[in-house]
Write a protein that binds this ligand. Sequence first.
Ligand SMILES: [Zn+2]
Length: 281
Amino acid sequence: MADAPAPPEAWDDGVAYEQYVGRWSRLVAEPFVRRLAVPVGRSWLDVGCGSGALSRAVLALAERFAGVWAAVGVHPNSAAGWQDAWLDRLRALAAHPKVVAIGEIGLDYYWDKTPPATQHHALARQLDLAVELGLPVIIHNREASEDVVRLLTAAGGQGGAEEPAARHPLAGVLHSFSADWATAEAALALGFYLGFTGPLTYKKADDLRAIAARAPLDRLLVETDAPYLAPHPYRGKRNEPAYVKHVADLLATLREHDGILTAEDIGRITTDNARRLFRIP
Ligand SMILES: [Zn+2]
């Protein structure tokens, strides 16, 4: 999933589609499709976007390619000017048949772009929207695990730590998971999925690998987060969708206890998981 913290100009209607999409994720049609040629879970991709020009660009891409699906939402780093009226715009975008999720939404305490109180409000309102529309959420969490879990648990005006996952009104994924086991456990208890990206392959990521080895197999997703977080051996370079294979390869080595031996197995399983979560046929 493209992690695209939209700068303010992204909200202007005049931003050119190819310029904008190309700038963040190099999703301009031809190279994008070529880069999708990966041997794992390649039949579809979910691309996050905001509610301005980027949304229209991503929706145009989703209309053009059968295997591309979209998510709409306001990223916490773009939420500084949040107005509740934006919900109407998101609701209208979400009515598009190729929109399968609300996201990325969440909390980011690392980048000082949006005051925490505004982030909390924007997240809570978008979680309500997801409950209202019956759509899963793609959650961005950077150094904000406690508050993310608290807001997810409270979503839809019900829930609570003891609420059985089956009755929790919200489905979703903690995307590009980078938190601790306690956070993973809390998310899993709510019925959430964990999305793993390039950092799973990094030298010092033993804690992250332990979580990926321990979480239920039917709750794991692999994703790119392109253009960021390229996996080893491309670390530090611009990430590309095809590199997700390296994340799947690594995950396969962590799940030998399940009898999972190949990246293809992991690709099949995580693709099934994603189809289930995003209700993609
Ligand atoms: Zn993110």
